[in-house]
Design a protein around this ligand. Structure first.
Ligand SMILES: Cc1cc2nc3c(=O)[nH]c(=O)nc-3n(C[C@H](O)[C@H](O)[C@H](O)COP(=O)(O)OP(=O)(O)OC[C@H]3O[C@@H](n4cnc5c(N)ncnc54)[C@H](O)[C@@H]3O)c2cc1C
Length: 295
């Protein structure tokens, strides 16, 4: 009951406190249905078991995440109100499993705000990743591009306003607005698909701008569903998957130079907080890799 009250207070806080992103954007929680307990409750229905202790809830959530038993995570729904530049939104909207309602620039005047880049924030093309950037343009040159950006934004806004003043339909007047123009939307998604979004968009390969929004969303999710988020960090976000050829390479190496593995009891306690099942799963993985176990 006390926990429930805590979550209500947290939800109210996030509804009232948008997290600022980029220069003029934000993420704000509009609504949420469910929490870690909804995940547990759904899983227990499928396993036909009653209410358990919190420590067992954590273990169950971790088990579900580890074994990709994903449907209980779909029982939690988040709805966000976001303000985001259109180029970033274009990447965001590719996540088809969300429900979206966006500000209409056919119906209303386009938001007269554009994402601006400060002189020290012009990123250079990465030499080895065609999709990425690395390092920054020097601020002196950057200043020139920031000034040019301001002029360009002003021209785009003026042309748009002139068209509107001349009575041209909003749906057509907007066509030359730059992708840096901000839009707003409601974005609703269940926790399973939200974590998939975070996995892809918190990754260092994702573009900086969308990463900032993913970080803001992650902060809210972590606060409201701490056990699910912790399991996500441990078994998805910060975990790695080896391919079959990679496993073969590791096996060959370890056959030549066996690795010392401490006592099973020590692994169980140090690594898995005494969790027998997770320890057994880990030992099976070590077996696959040819890692020798001391008796
Ligand atoms: C770093 C990075 C670079 C990218 N570069 C490009 C690019 O160059 N060009 C480009 O076009 N896109 C690019 N994308 C977008 C990417 O290809 C995906 O469209 C986007 O990340 C959404 O992922 P998703 O489809 O898994 O998510 P969602 O649409 O949320 O779907 C979640 C999951 O649901 C299932 N699903 C949803 N819809 C369907 C469906 N219709 N059929 C079958 N299964 C479905 C899939 O299992 C999917 O993984 C990039 C994404 C990232 C993160």
């Amino acid at each position: 009951m006390e926990e429930n009250k805590n979550n209500i207070a947290k939800i109210e806080k996030w509804k009232e406190t948008p997290i600022r992103c980029l220069d003029k954007g934000f993420v704000r929680l509009e609504d949420v249905m469910g929490d870690d307990y909804s995940v547990v409750q759904a899983a227990r229905v499928s396993y036909g078991k009653g209410t358990k202790k919190i420590s067992e809830d954590r273990g169950l959530i971790r088990y579900l995440m580890r074994h990709k038993h994903t449907s209980p995570f779909e029982m939690v729904e988040f709805k966000f109100h976001v303000k985001v530049p259109m180029d970033c939104w274009r990447q965001w909207i590719r996540h088809r499993t969300a429900n979206v309602n966006e500000y209409s620039t056919r119906y209303s005047l386009a938001i007269d705000e554009k994402q601006e880049t400060s002189p020290e924030n012009w990123r250079l093309q990465s030499p080895d990743n065609k999709q990425g950037s690395s390092g920054f343009l020097n601020a002196e040159l950057g200043n020139k591009f920031s000034e040019e950006e301001k002029e360009f934004h002003k021209i785009a806004s003026d042309v748009y306003k002139k068209r509107i003043d001349a009575g041209i339909a909003k749906e057509q007047a907007r066509k030359d607005l730059p992708l840096s123009t901000y839009t707003e939307a409601y974005w609703k998604i269940d926790l399973h698909n939200l974590l998939h979004f975070l996995k892809l968009r918190l990754d260092p390969h994702a573009q900086y701008e969308i990463r900032m929004y993913a970080k803001a969303i992650a902060q809210i999710v972590k606060d409201l569903c701490p056990l699910s988020y912790e399991a996500f960090e441990d078994y998805s976000l910060n975990a790695v998957i080896f391919s079959a050829p990679e496993i073969q390479w590791i096996k060959d190496k370890l056959e030549a130079t066996p690795l010392f593995v401490p006592e099973i009891e020590q692994i169980k306690n140090d690594l898995f907080g005494g969790n027998k099942r997770e320890t057994e799963e880990f030992l099976k993985k070590l077996e696959k890799l040819n890692v020798l176990i001391t008796p």
